[in-house]
Design a protein around this ligand. Structure first.
Ligand SMILES: *Cc1c(COP(=O)(O)O)cnc(C)c1O
Length: 400
């Protein structure tokens, strides 16, 4: 991969006709070290946020030993890169073939589930040649929790309800060498209270089930920084999670896990795009809804932008973007503030695309190409560079 100092240097040298993904290994390494050193338990990287092999190797080199994989392709990918890593298959609906291959060929012992059917599927797919159930299964019962504090809900698709959880925990205990409870509060949880609520529900499920619990996995949802989304410090989340974890009726040596996706990789990548046309307050750029800007188009996510030309001198105004495909839905309302004299031929850097951005690119309509380049400058925002001030107190939940 080529190395440059920053996006301006890339544009000066290459004047690229196609979008370019800029990667910042130092930012991903810093995020990994922060979680490894500060989270009061084990941090699993949720691979779906960005499955780039370079990123996975950076996380491993900086102490991330466990990986949350959700498909057999992710299992194969991470196992191929990291023979020693612990892989946890945390998708609660898997195919028997995927479970079998993960268990027998890739050493996966940890599986999540949210129904008796899935439990039976896991037990059957991992039976030994003698027909006996596997003795080393590590099972995690996924609880449905509220997404009300998060920008992207994960509340309706997966997770068993509190009414079903006690029985499922009891059933799972019979087959589990090690039993956990997991949940996901939704992505970009803007308040630590999201986890308090979910842990309260976890407590109710465990108390009712009265089985030994070896692990609590608080899932992902840890936020990054975007325009208009300034979360409280992650330390506040970790502190409140730790306090509530300690108060649970679980085994004395129970482990605490989390599964950050976004928070580990959002700062890793940005994108350089070219303006192909300007129509008033709309800029037609060469990446969009079917590229790295899926969330900007489909869930109206705000990403930071900056113009890369030095000769743009007019005050900023708000723009919307059109992507390159022939589809009207390839539209990103923004608003994106850029100098008002920006025009066709100019370049823009769009930041904070390491999570659910760079990973989302498709080849639809022939616009999938993107070179990857390593840059050395800082991401457009960071939770980990020591620059952030504590946000307004009303954004912070008081710690008991
Ligand atoms: C998507 C996902 C994650 C990662 O979520 P983030 O909000 O990116 O931290 C973690 N665990 C599971 C089960 C997921 O589906």
């Amino acid at each position: 991969m080529q190395h440059f100092s920053d996006a301006k240097a890339v544009v000066r040298a290459l004047s690229p006709d196609e979008p370019i993904i800029l990667n910042r290994p130092h930012a991903a390494a810093r995020a990994a070290r922060f979680f490894v050193e500060t989270f009061p338990g084990k941090s699993l990287y949720a691979v779906k946020a960005n499955p780039s092999p370079d990123l996975i190797e950076i996380l491993w080199a900086n102490g991330v030993t466990h990986y949350d994989v959700a498909s057999i392709a992710e299992v194969r990918l991470v196992r191929g890169l990291l023979p020693e890593a612990v892989l946890c298959f945390m998708h609660p609906v898997k195919s028997p073939g995927a479970i079998r291959e993960a268990y027998f060929e890739h050493g996966v012992k940890t599986f999540s589930l949210d129904s008796s059917e899935e439990l039976a599927k896991i037990v059957d797919a991992t039976r030994g040649a003698d027909g006996e159930p596997a003795a080393d299964l590590r099972l995690c019962v996924r609880l449905r929790v509220s997404s009300e504090y998060s920008e992207l809900s994960l509340a309706s698709k997966f997770g068993c309800d509190l009414t079903e959880a006690p029985l499922l925990l009891q059933e799972s205990r019979q087959y589990a060498d090690w039993l956990g409870v997991c949940f996901h509060v939704g992505s970009q949880a803007m308040s630590p209270f999201a986890y308090v609520q979910a842990l309260d529900r976890t407590r109710a499920a465990i108390a009712e089930a009265s089985v030994v619990i070896d692990m609590i996995d608080v899932g992902g949802g840890f936020p990054s920084v975007y325009p208009g989304m300034e979360p409280p410090p992650l330390e506040d989340y970790f502190k409140i999670i730790h306090q509530h974890f300690y108060a649970l009726p679980i085994a004395y040596n129970a482990e605490l896990w989390c599964e950050p996706g976004r928070a580990l990789c959002a700062e890793y990548s940005s994108l350089v795009v070219k303006v192909e046309k300007r129509r008033g307050e709309e800029l037609y750029i060469n990446d969009g809804a079917y590229g790295a800007l899926f969330d900007a188009a489909h869930v109206d996510w705000k990403f930071p932008v900056r113009a890369l030309e030095d000769d743009l001198i007019k005050p900023e105004m708000d723009f919307a973007f059109y992507g390159p495909t022939c589809d009207d839905a390839d539209y990103m309302p923004g608003p994106f503030a850029l100098p008002s004299d920006i025009q066709a031929g100019d370049f823009i850097e769009i930041g904070m695309l390491g999570a659910y951005g760079a990973a989302m690119k498709t080849d639809f309509n022939g616009f999938g190409a993107a070179q990857r380049i390593v840059v050395a400058d800082e991401p457009m925002a960071s939770l980990y560079d020591g620059s952030r001030k504590r946000p307004a107190a009303d954004n912070v939940v008081s710690l008991r």
